[in-house]
Design a protein around this ligand. Structure first.
Ligand code: NAP
Length: 544
C-alpha cells in the first residue's frame, strides 16, 4: 500500500498552509469513489477522497427523501469484488431502501478500512493541472489543498440537483427543499399542506410515501410518465441462501446484458406472435417485480415502432384501471413520449394516491408555474396555498456535477467551457488537454455498480500502466476524442434513450445542449472496447 508523502497527524487532514501529496485524488465517496479508493490502494497508490457530504454513500447519502429505494434488485446492486462481503451482507428487501443502502456503503467503508483515506465535509472548488510537475492541485472550499498525479471525478451522474429558477422562492414562508438535499433530521410533513413539483422516478417514490401522512398534497405535474409496479418484498432466509449461493451466476447474467441488469430481452418480436400470446406475455411481466416489464419483453418493444406503441397502450390502460376519476386518469396517462425512452419509474401504489380525497393533481404543462408566493405557488390559472414545497425536479445530469468543480487543464483550459456543447471525451473517461483526469462519472450507464466496477478496474490498470512505464501523463488524443464524440452523436441519435426530453440528453435543463450524455453502446460493447484499447497499449491516448 502506498502512503502519502506528507501527512498530518490527525487522520491525515491537512491545514490550509500545507499541501498534502497523494498519488491519486478521488472526488466523491459514493459507490464509484469508494471502490476507486479500494482498488487504487490495492495497486499501491496513496489515495485521498474528498467528499462534500458528512458521510459516505454519495447518492445514498444525499437522497434521504421518504420512499427512496433501489429500482434494481438489491443483490445485483452490491459490489462483487469481495466474496467475503457478498457472503456477509444480507439484503433484507428485494429493492432495498435508502437507509439500508447507506448502511451498506458505510459497512463497506469500515470493512475495507477506507475511512482514514476519506476527508468528509470537503467540497472541492477547483482542480488545476500543474504543467510543470504533471500533477493536479486540488483546492477545497475550506482552503485546504492537495496535490495528486491522478484525479478521478467520481461525482455521480445524478448528483447536481436542479431547482428551477422560479421567481419568489425566497419569499415563501414555509420550508422547502430539493429531494436530493432532504434534511438529515427529516421534514415534518404530518398534517401539513404539501406541494410536490415533479413526477419523475424521485417524485413518484416520494409522493406515494408522503401521501400517507400529509393533510393535503398538491402534485404539480408537467409530464406524465410510464410507471410500473415495483412489487418489493422481504427476502426470506431460503431466498437469502439461494442468492448467496448463486452470486457468480447473477453477476454473469448482469454482465451479459446491455444495461448490466439481470433481465434479458425476449428475442422474439412482439408483432410476430399472436395478439393473445403478446397480451399473455405483457400480463405475465406486469405481475413480476422490478424492471422485468421493461427489459425482459419482446426485443422490439424497446425500439421505436409498432411494438413499442402496442406495449405503451397496454401500460396506459393499466393506469386507467387504477385511477377512479377518468379525468385524473387521463392526466396521468403518458402520451408525448415513447415507452422506455426514459428510465422507468417503479412504484408501490403511486396511482392509487390520486384516489385519495386529499390529493390534487395539477397539470403545469397546461397552466405553467408562474411564481412561488409567500403562501404557496401560483400557476397561470390558480393559486395554491402550501405549508411546504418539495422540488422533485431532477438533476443537471453528468456534466452538472463536473461543472460545479472548476477543472483547468493544459493552458488553463476550463472543462466546463470545453463541455458547454456536451461532454467531449474519449469513451466518457478522458478528455484531450486534461492529462491524468478520469471523468469516471461520465462513463457509467445502466445498473450503476455493475458498470462502475469494471470501469474503475480499467482506470486503475491504466494508471498502473502509466506508473510502471514511467510516464507522467495520460490523456485522450484529440483525434480519439473527435471520433468518440461523432460516434456518440451518430449512434446516440438512433437509440430510444435519445428520443424523449429527459436528463439522458440534457433536455430537462433550460439552455443545456441537447446531446446524449452517456455512451450509446451496451455495457458489454463498452467493456470490450476498453479492453481492446488497453491491449493495444492504450490506443487513442497520448502517453508522455
Ligand atoms: P427527472 O426524471 O428529471 O424528473 C424531474 C421532474 O421534475 C419531471 O417530472 C419534470 O417534468 C419536473 N420538472 C422539472 N422542471 C420543472 C419545471 N420547471 N416545472 C414543472 N416541472 C418540472 O428527475 P428524478 O425524478 O430525480 O429522476 C432522475 C433519475 O434518477 C431517474 O431517471 C433515475 O435514473 C434516477 N432515480 C432512480 C431512482 C431509483 O429508483 N433507484 C429513484 C429516483 C431517481 P418534465 O418531465 O416535464 O421535465
Amino acid at each position: 500500500m502506498g502512503t502519502p508523502q506528507q501527512q498530518t497527524p490527525a487522520a491525515g487532514i491537512g491545514t490550509s498552509e500545507e499541501i498534502e501529496q497523494f498519488d491519486a485524488i478521488v472526488i466523491g465517496a459514493g459507490i464509484t469513489g469508494l471502490y476507486a479508493l479500494y482498488r487504487l490502494r490495492e495497486h499501491g497508490l496513496s489515495v485521498r477522497i474528498f467528499e462534500e457530504g458528512g458521510g459516505v454513500g454519495g447518492t445514498w447519502y444525499w437522497n434521504r427523501y421518504p420512499g427512496c429505494r433501489f429500482d434494481s434488485e438489491s443483490y445485483t446492486y452490491g459490489y462483487s469484488f469481495s466474496e467475503e462481503l457478498l457472503q456477509e451482507w444480507d439484503w433484507k428487501e428485494y429493492y432495498s431502501g435508502q437507509p439500508e443502502n447507506e448502511r451498506y456503503l458505510n459497512y463497506v467503508a469500515d470493512k475495507f478500512d477506507l475511512r482514514p483515506h476519506i476527508r468528509l465535509n470537503s467540497r472541492v472548488v477547483s482542480a488545476v493541472f500543474d504543467e510543470d510537475d504533471d500533477r493536479w492541485l486540488v483546492q477545497l472550499e475550506d482552503g485546504h489543498r492537495a496535490r495528486g498525479r491522478f484525479l478521478i471525478t467520481s461525482v455521480g451522474i445524478l448528483s447536481a440537483g436542479y431547482t428551477p429558477d422560479f421567481e419568489g422562492i425566497d419569499s415563501f414562508k414555509g420550508p422547502w427543499c430539493h429531494t436530493s438535499r432532504w434534511p438529515k433530521e427529516g421534514m415534518d410533513l404530518a398534517g401539513k399542506r404539501v406541494g410536490v413539483i415533479g413526477t419523475g422516478a424521485t417524485g413518484v417514490q416520494l409522493i406515494t410515501e408522503i401521501a400517507k401522512e400529509v393533510a393535503h398534497l398538491t402534485v404539480f405535474q408537467r409530464t406524465a410518465n410510464f410507471c410500473a409496479p415495483l412489487r418489493n418484498g422481504p427476502i426470506d432466509d431460503e431466498a437469502q441462501r439461494e442468492i448467496k449461493a448463486t452470486y457468480p451466476e447473477i453477476f454473469a447474467k448482469c454482465m451479459a446484458t446491455a444495461g448490466s441488469f439481470m433481465h434479458q430481452f425476449d428475442p422474439r418480436s412482439a408483432m410476430e406472435v399472436s395478439p393473445e400470446e403478446r397480451l399473455e406475455q405483457y400480463e405475465r411481466l406486469w405481475a413480476e417485480p422490478g424492471f422485468k416489464k421493461w427489459l425482459s419483453n419482446f426485443y422490439d418493444v424497446m425500439m421505436p415502432g409498432e411494438a413499442n406503441e402496442d406495449y405503451a397502450e397496454f401500460f396506459r390502460n393499466k393506469i386507467r384501471e387504477r385511477v377512479h376519476d377518468p379525468v385524473v386518469a387521463e392526466m396521468l396517462v403518458p402520451k408525448d413520449h415513447m415507452f422506455g425512452s426514459k428510465r422507468l419509474p417503479c412504484e408501490s401504489g403511486y396511482y392509487e394516491v390520486y384516489n385519495q380525497d386529499n390529493v390534487l393533481l395539477v397539470d403545469v404543462r397546461q397552466a405553467p408555474i408562474e411564481r412561488i408566493t409567500p403562501a404557496g405557488l401560483k400557476t397561470s390559472d390558480a393559486e395554491y396555498e402550501l405549508d411546504v414545497i418539495i422540488f422533485a425536479t431532477g438533476f443537471d445530469a453528468v456534466t452538472g456535477s463536473l461543472n460545479r468543480l472548476d477543472i483547468r487543464g493544459i493552458g488553463g483550459q476550463s472543462l466546463k467551457d470545453k463541455f458547454a456543447g456536451g461532454p467531449r471525451t474519449y469513451m466518457g473517461i478522458s478528455s484531450a488537454g486534461f492529462p491524468n483526469l478520469f471523468t469516471i462519472n461520465a462513463a457509467s450507464v445502466g445498473n450503476f455498480v455493475r458498470a462502475a466496477e469494471p470501469l474503475v478496474d480499467w482506470v486503475s490498470e491504466a494508471i498502473s500502466y502509466v506508473r510502471e512505464n514511467e510516464f507522467t501523463r495520460i490523456a485522450a488524443t484529440l483525434q480519439a476524442e473527435d471520433d468518440w464524440v461523432n460516434h456518440v452523436n451518430e449512434a446516440g441519435a438512433k437509440i430510444l434513450r435519445s428520443q424523449a426530453d429527459s436528463w439522458f440528453v440534457g433536455a430537462n435543463i433550460p439552455g443545456k445542449a441537447r446531446v446524449l450524455l452517456t455512451a450509446p453502446d451496451s455495457a458489454p460493447v463498452m467493456r470490450a472496447k476498453r479492453a481492446e484499447v488497453a491491449a493495444n497499449g492504450y490506443e487513442g491516448f497520448l502517453l508522455e
